[in-house]
Design a binder for this molecule. Structure first.
Ligand code: FAD
Length: 455
């Protein structure tokens, strides 16, 4: 490929998502001047134009933020947390309310105990990590759980963790990118069609979008999250799965009582956050929302499709977003799990209906490490995906790693770890351990109209 210079044309597909926007930010900060973002949706404040989006992993009201301990995310955790606390683009969107990670089944408590010991000896150890050994200790740190079903719970208390206002933080990155003069093309004109390949050299020289427009580039970065394996044949290295998110509306008085509660995570049940005030673009629709998620092996949606690079249709788990299909419901068993999260963690609201529920998609690699590499057959085409469900926290820092890769500065060890690794894929979707995920097609209650096809 031609050498990378500050004037090289760089197209980021999925540029309004977590890894894509982070990559653009780090490119700008390192002096690159010719950057174009393509995305189906824009940044959250563009949603008024493009319709509310729950497509992007980042299009969400809050995400857990805290020190990471494993893989590349662990190695860059100091930079990540420093940027959440101090970088002007991020610092207003991080809420350090603390976090409880708990379990009640003996085998899960034993696993957490092991993880606690490993964290104590880890160089990233937060001074504030504590083991909470019984109900009293749990309630001393999370008083709102006093009426919760927490008998037998034990777990890890982390003082220096909390949540990020995901959509606002990504929006802040978007504003910064506009200040840098980054070109942004959203909606159908920003929707990826296929890469432009120079037949003589097999080099990627740009992208054709769905509207037929050609966008020539020296480097193309595919940061398309859970959509990546259905757009480019990734040889089974990433499997996209969804989890379910629900919103519970609370009154201002209730919000006051739950203000600054820690993030509570129990892998047997799910997790929830303190209430967030959500401004709506329509007058009178502002509201306080508690977000909660279920925890389970995720659902796949396998179907035959032909991503770029596949010679014939192959089986890929293809996301189906709520924003493109707003009348989609969620599987009945998922709804039961979400009600259980409320019963266990927020019993005051056991009878309250959710105001929203939808599925949120990630793409898992077998080892939960990123797939950040150049495409093996098409120089100039870079993959920046494989988020494995833990990458929002790296919004400030993930892009630095992608830019290191583009600049040839990534260490040999990181290139090996993130590299194209066929044969180490996760075709059955079991990368997180435990049982294989169910497929959405086998589940009841998931009303999805007639247009059951790849997006
Ligand atoms: P995204 O942020 O999803 O970005 C992909 C972008 O590609 C989107 O903007 C999308 O619109 C765009 N795109 C897709 N198709 C096309 C196309 N054809 N053309 C152009 N653009 C396209 N992580 C945490 O760190 N903490 C958490 O608490 C947490 N909680 C989670 C809870 C749930 C329920 C889920 C599902 C995920 C959670 N995650 C969390 C994971 C986190 O959201 C993801 O790891 C992260 O957002 C993935 O970033 P990404 O850039 O790969 O994808």
């Amino acid at each position: 490929t031609s050498p990378l210079t500050h004037d090289s044309a760089i197209v980021i597909v999925g540029g309004a998502g977590t890894i894509g926007s982070s990559t653009a930010l780090h490119l700008c900060r390192r002096g690159y001047k010719n950057i174009t973002l393509l995305d189906v949706y824009g940044f959250p404040s563009d949603y008024v134009t493009y319709g509310p989006s729950q497509s992007a992993g980042a299009g969400d009201i809050n995400k857990h933020i805290g020190t990471s301990y494993s893989g590349t995310r662990g190695e860059i955790s100091d930079m990540t947390m420093d940027m959440w606390r101090n970088d002007p683009v991020f610092k207003d969107y991080y809420h350090e309310v603390g976090e409880l990670t708990a379990a009640s089944l003996p085998e899960h408590i034993a696993d957490l105990r092991k993880s606690y010991k490993a964290k104590l000896n880890h160089p990233n150890k937060s001074e504030e990590i504590k083991w909470l050994g019984d109900r009293e200790e749990i309630i001393a740190h999370c008083p709102h759980l006093a009426n919760g079903l927490v008998d037998g719970w034990q777990g890890i208390w982390t003082e220096k963790a909390g949540w990020g206002a995901a959509n606002d933080a990504v929006d802040s990155v978007g504003r910064e990118l506009r200040n840098f003069g980054v070109k942004m093309i959203f909606g159908q004109p920003g929707t990826f069609g296929r890469p432009l390949i120079d037949e003589a050299t097999t080099r990627c020289v740009g992208v054709i979008t769905k509207d037929g427009e050609k966008h020539y580039a020296d480097r193309v970065v595919m940061a398309t999250g859970a959509w990546s394996p259905s757009l480019i044949d990734l040889a089974g290295q990433c499997v996209s799965k969804c989890w379910i998110v629900a919103h519970l509306e609370v009154s201002e008085e209730e919000a006051r009582r739950y203000k600054s509660i820690p993030v509570v995570y129990n892998g047997e049940v799910g997790f929830c956050f303190e209430p967030r005030f959500i401004r709506h673009h329509e007058p009178g629709k502002d509201r306080w929302i508690i977000k909660l998620c279920d925890e389970f092996p995720g659902y796949t949606r396998f179907m035959e499709t032909t991503p770029f690079g596949a010679e014939e249709p192959i089986k890929v788990s293809v996301p189906r977003s709520h924003s493109a299909h707003p009348t989609d419901t969620v599987p009945e068993e998922g709804m039961r799990r979400l009600r259980r999260v409320v019963e266990v963690m927020l019993p005051e609201f056991t009878e309250r209906e959710f105001v929203k529920s939808y599925m949120c998609w990630c793409t898992d690699t077998a080892d939960a490490e990123w797939l950040f590499c150049q495409h093996p057959s098409h120089p100039g085409l870079y993959l920046a995906t494989g988020d494995s469900g833990h990458s929002f926290v790296t919004l400030p820092s993930a892009g630095s790693q992608v830019v290191d890769l583009l600049e040839g500065k990534a260490s040999a060890e990181r290139m090996r770890r993130w590299g194209w690794r066929p044969g180490r894929g996760d075709p059955e979707g079991t990368g997180r351990g435990g049982v294989a995920p169910k497929d959405l097609s086998d589940l009841d209650g998931w009303a999805h109209g007639d247009d059951e096809r790849a997006e």
